[in-house]
Design a protein around this ligand. Structure first.
Ligand code: ATP
Ligand code: MG
Length: 232
């Protein structure tokens, strides 16, 4: 799916002494199937921006279009938008709370009301993408996994919803080099195999320079540069 962001501005805590413009007139376009690296210093507005793309935050002004549908308009079915635009939060492993890997990854598809067979096939698919062996790990408690494995199981939980757009907020943060490389390799393979539009948020150019078709660089709430990794 394609994404178009038009003059997006967002303020936290409007009308209080703590009012803060976190996004300042941000505009960009992402084509269907593109791999985007969203980079910028801490506090530059990356997480605030991506939470707008699946309707979790409402802009103070500006519009967002997903495949020509304006998702910032009144009356949009946000549940449907959140299915289409999957968002993996920073430190998603903190949201693993079920007894087994299977239960955690199947949580989303179950809520969609899918039948058992479909749920199982989605869990198998999602775990295969993140390189976790289904038969070996399905009945294991997520608490018994390594940090990198937990992170990958949490990503599988979003993948199991089969979103058309996948957004990952700093998926490599806090991982050792092995965990980091595994995650980046998984995401790279996913992009190759699927036609998903992917947005990978990172502090580090190194994480995305090789993978991304295009980079968007944020600085103090503005997207100051966009272009191919070579151009940036
Ligand atoms: P990081 O790389 O550290 O994750 P980021 O680029 O994701 O940073 P955001 O979390 O989007 O940045 O924050 C953008 C700005 O908005 C920062 O100045 C931050 O302090 C402020 N901010 C973020 N969340 C809130 C909030 N819930 N209430 C008030 N201000 C906030
Ligand atoms: Mg952030």
């Amino acid at each position: 799916m394609s994404i178009k962001v038009n003059n997006l501005t967002f303020k936290y805590m409007v009308g209080t002494p703590f009012e803060k413009t976190a996004l300042d007139n941000v505009s960009f376009e992402i084509k269907d199937g593109e791999f985007i690296g969203l980079i910028g210093h801490t506090g530059s507005g990356k997480s605030t921006l991506i939470q707008h793309l699946n309707g979790l935050l409402k802009p103070t002004s500006g519009e967002i279009y997903i495949d020509d549908e304006c998702i910032t308009a009144k009356g949009v079915d946000l549940k449907r938008i959140r299915q289409l635009v999957g968002l993996v939060f920073q430190y998603p492993e903190h949201q693993l709370f079920e007894e087994t890997v299977f239960k955690d990854v199947s949580y989303g598809p179950k809520n969609l009301g899918l039948d058992e067979e479909e749920i199982e096939s989605r869990v198998k698919w999602a775990l295969s993408i993140v390189g976790i062996d289904y038969d070996k790990y399905k009945d294991v408690s997520p608490f018994d996994l390594s940090g990198g494995q937990k992170r990958r199981v949490a990503i599988a939980g979003v993948l199991a919803m089969q979103p058309k757009v996948l957004i990952l907020d700093e998926p490599t943060a806090g991982l050792d080099p092995k965990g980091r490389d595994e995650i980046l390799q998984n995401i790279k393979n996913l992009h190759k195999k699927s036609k998903m539009t992917i947005i990978l948020v990172s502090h580090s150019m190194d994480d995305v320079a090789e993978l991304a078709d295009k980079l968007i660089v944020m600085y103090r709430g503005k997207n100051i540069i966009q272009g191919t990794p070579k151009e940036v």
